[in-house]
Design a protein around this ligand. Structure first.
Ligand code: PLP
Length: 294
């Protein structure tokens, strides 16, 4: 949906000790061109981003998103973001959010070719209405990610644990899922392990135990999954990170794809095999995810 507010940021050093960043922010017309044609984010997808859910003006889990932004920057050899500056930018943008659900995007690009600094900006846009998806659920297919579970450690230059701007593969996987009659996909490794969805983490339930694939380099550590595990622990459930076999998916008691804006989407079928769902549990979970939880 159309961006409603945009702020360009002049990034300061990661360890700069300042409290006021107003002179490093410039609000720009979100409908007008704002980037140079030499931008490496647009030429090469060379940069990182975060999408933060905003509910009634409150940006959710800002610290977890900033931790992941800093982690992605380290993996991509980008200058360390000044977290106080980004926190201030998020607050400045969130002040323009209307009631209801919105999304704030943080973008840190390598900048302009041969230019002096990275380019950074923050946008605000209305969120799509996911109410029906949260209730009705989604059908997913497993898709081969094309590498085995040892690749993230063997080839760190593939940047597999970073939230980079290069989402063309993720979008292609979603189109393939749609071609196969499903709503979404779960990536799996060639040696039979479950990874994540193109834009979400996977959480599985067996009895009173909830698990998610361990974020050991090959996938993102989801901020929504972290929040969900904190909620489940409060409710007295067991949670854990595991290596999960693809062949074990069909026998779970319930499964969700969870992410910052869609929140918890219950999975109704994997590769054509129906999965049990628990509408009341999912409604409670989404009510928690919609509440100010940090
Ligand atoms: N994995 C991938 C590849 C994603 O793109 C996302 C979110 O966009 C997630 C997991 C879930 O992360 P979060 O819960 O922080 O939105």
């Amino acid at each position: 949906m159309a961006t409603s507010y945009a702020l360009m940021i002049q990034p300061v050093d990661g360890d700069a000790d300042r409290a006021d960043f107003a002179d490093t922010f410039a609000s720009v017309d979100p409908a007008a061109p704002a980037l140079s044609v030499g931008e490496l984010s647009t030429q090469r997808g060379d940069g990182i981003f975060e999408s933060i859910g905003v509910v009634d003006g409150h940006p959710q889990e800002v610290d977890a998103h900033l931790d992941r932004l800093a982690h992605s920057a380290r993996i991509c050899d980008l200058p360390a973001p000044n977290l106080a500056q980004w926190r201030a930018a998020i607050a400045a943008v969130a002040a323009h959010a209307p009631a209801g659900e919105s999304v704030i995007k943080l973008i840190l690009s390598r900048g302009i070719e041969h230019g002096p600094t990275p380019t950074a900006w923050v946008t605000l846009a209305p969120a799509a209405d996911f109410t029906a998806v949260r209730e009705r659920g989604i059908r997913v297919v497993t898709l081969d990610r094309g590498y085995d579970s040892t690749v993230p450690a063997r080839a760190p230059w593939l940047l597999l644990g970073a939230k980079t701007l290069s989402y063309a593969v993720n979008m292609a996987a979603l189109r393939e899922a749609h071609r196969r009659g499903a709503d979404d996909a779960i990536f799996v490794t060639t040696d039979g392990f479950v990874l994540e969805a193109p834009t979400a983490s996977l959480v599985l339930r067996r009895g009173d135990r909830f698990t998610t694939p361990a974020p050991t380099g090959g996938i993102l550590h989801g901020t929504t999954q972290l929040s969900m595990f904190a909620y489940l622990q409060e409710c007295g459930y067991e949670t854990g990170y595991e290596q999960i076999l693809t062949e074990s998916l069909a026998s779970v008691d319930a499964a969700w794809l969870v992410s910052s804006v869609r929140l918890a989407a219950p999975i109704t079928a994997i590769d054509g095999t129906s999965l049990p769902t628990d509408a009341a549990f999912t409604a409670d979970l989404n009510a928690y995810l919609l509440s100010p939880r940090d």
